[in-house]
Structure formats: C-alpha cells, structure tokens
Design a protein around this ligand. Structure first.
Ligand SMILES: [Zn+2]
Length: 328
C-alpha cells in the first residue's frame, strides 16, 4: 500500500514537471532544455530579466511572489517547491523573511543548481538591524535567557549601489550557465549599470540639495540601505521586518515631536500601508497638517504592476521623486 502511494506520488511529480516545462511533446520524464531561473523577490526577477535582454525564449524565468503576496507572508506551495528543486539558478535574499528557503534547498533535485543569496553577495556591507531611538520594541520570544542572536537587515536591494554589485554577480552566473551568450549578458550588464549609476547620482543630488535630511516613518522601515547611502537620517515606528501593526502612545508621541522639532511636513509609509499610525502621528503634532507620502520597498510587486511596466528603475525613480518633494 505504502509502496503504491509512493509510486503514485512519483507519477504526479513527473506530470507536474511536464506541465511546468510547457508541453515538451510527450517527453514527460525529460528535463526541459530551457534554462530555468527562479527568483523570490521582484528586484531579483527584474534585474535578471534586464541581463537576459532578448534571451527570454530560451529561459523559463519564474518570479515566486508574482501573485502579489508580501515577502514576509509568502510560503511556497507544492508547485513552487518543484519549480525550485529543478531549476538551474535560484536567487533569494537570505534574510529572516525567507526562513523557508533552507528547507526548500534540502529538496533540490538538480545537483548543479547555482544558488545566489543576495546577503552573501553584499557580504560585509550587510547591516545589523538597527533599533533606533523611539522605535516600538518588538514582542520578543519569552526565553530572554537565550543568547540574543544578531539580526541582520535583509532589505539590501533598496540600495542602488548594492543593486549594481548584485547585478554583476547575477551576470557572472548567467555567463557560467550559458557561456555562448556571455557577450550579450555582459553588454546588457554594462548598459544597465550605467542606468543604475545615473540613478545613484540623482539620489545623491537630491540629498545634496535637500533642505531637510531626515525622514519620519509612521510604519516599519526597510529603507535603511537607501538612506544610509545618501546621509539621510530617519525615525520610524518599527524595524524593517516587524510584524507589529500597533504603535504605543510613546512611539506616536516621539515621532510627532520629531516632526515638530525638525519642522517636517511629511510622514512616510510603505506600500499597502493602512495609514492609521501615520494619521495618529499627524494628529499628535502641533500643526496637524503634515502630508502622507509612500515609498515603495518592492516587497509585494504583483503581475499587474509588472504588466503595467513597473521595474526596479521606475519604482526607484518614483521613490526619488517622492523624497525630492518631501525633503525640499
Ligand atoms: Zn523584511
């Protein structure tokens, strides 16, 4: 009975493979000769697409958060696990929101898979998670006796400079996998790096000419890599990966007083925020007339946004405009 079940599930797995390979004319048990690349987060997917340029036909490029699920709540389904286990190149962040990846990589059936972990590529530039003055303390695990583990800030993609380093590593791996396309990939990297460099310069110019150099977030704060690049200070209700949704009176008051003290006219949130905390902060200020502005941290970019032309560059350019207006 048990044996039969096993055999059945093996057949199902093979059938699944047939589906994901996109009808390979009856050769169900054969691996498709298309190169399969799987990315967890939107920027990884968008950068890979840029580097591939016109080569998409020979490549199955999968973006796991396509449905718009948020990075911190996503868990792979059975089909995702199969796609990951068979792919040729797997790209992930490697932070606390992707703890499922370790299990997924144990199931790998392709022994030659190239695995790219963004936090390894950034290496020593990975920052420890910062608990900034005024932040809501996280509800920690009960066993306070256990050695406190250092938490690292996983939101490395929000530095345009990191993006350049990561794209180079992605390009190196693509060239290893498809040496015959290496010239094309390197040319694509070159062109894309120029765009990243221009964007980096625009951010630096914005910060140079800003009349205020502090942002206040009535939200969690994944943007430390971005603001650190340009010498912008910040205050926020929660750390970047926080699951908290309620801020205490102390936190609200602290952030409201910062707005008053620095005479800031903007409270920031991240994409998909309900603005209750931002509004509570605003009503606790003296003038109660600040605006709310949104910076997109790209943790839940969905297929519709991609079809509408969203890219790492367009989203970061939007973020630049928002900052330019708020800090002027
Ligand atoms: Zn996070």
């Amino acid at each position: 009975m048990f044996k039969k079940l096993l055999a059945l599930s093996a057949v199902t797995a093979v059938l699944f493979t047939g589906c994901s390979a996109g009808n390979t004319a009856g050769a169900v048990s054969q691996k498709p000769d298309k190169l399969s690349i799987v990315c967890t987060l939107f920027p990884e997917y968008d950068w890979t697409k840029e580097l591939l340029g016109g080569q998409d036909d020979n490549i199955e490029l999968t973006y796991l958060l396509n449905s718009g699920l948020e990075l911190h709540t996503y868990q792979p389904n059975a089909q995702d696990m199969i796609t990951i286990s068979e792919c040729d190149m797997f790209v992930y962040i490697g932070g606390e929101s992707e703890s499922w990846v370790d299990d997924a990589l144990r199931e790998v059936s392709n022994p030659n898979m190239k695995v790219i972990r963004l936090m390894d590529i950034i290496g020593n530039s990975v920052k420890e998670e910062e608990i900034k003055e005024g932040m809501e303390a996280e509800a920690e695990e009960e066993d306070a006796d256990s050695e406190e583990e250092t938490e690292y800030d996983e939101h490395v993609w929000l530095s345009v400079r990191n993006a350049g380093i990561i794209c180079k590593a992605l390009c190196d791996t693509l060239c290893e996998l498809q040496p015959e396309q290496a010239d094309t990939y390197r040319a694509n990297l070159e062109a894309y790096t120029q765009k990243l460099d221009a964007l980096d310069k625009d951010f630096a110019d914005m910060a140079d000419s800003a009349s205020v150099k502090t942002v206040v977030f009535g939200d969690r704060f994944p943007f430390r890599y971005l603001v650190d690049d340009y010498g912008i200070d910040y205050y926020a209700a929660f750390v970047g990966c926080s699951a908290e949704t309620e801020a205490s009176f102390e936190t609200i008051t602290f952030l409201a007083e910062k707005l008053d003290e620095l005479q800031l006219d903007t409270v920031f949130t991240i994409e998909n925020a309900d603005n209750s905390i931002a509004n509570a902060i605003i009503s606790s200020t003296e003038n109660k007339n600040q605006q709310i502005a949104v910076l997109n941290s790209m943790q839940s970019v969905n297929a519709d946004a991609i079809a509408g032309g969203a890219s790492y560059l367009t989203i970061m350019q939007d973020n630049l405009q928002v900052l330019k207006e708020a800090l002027n």
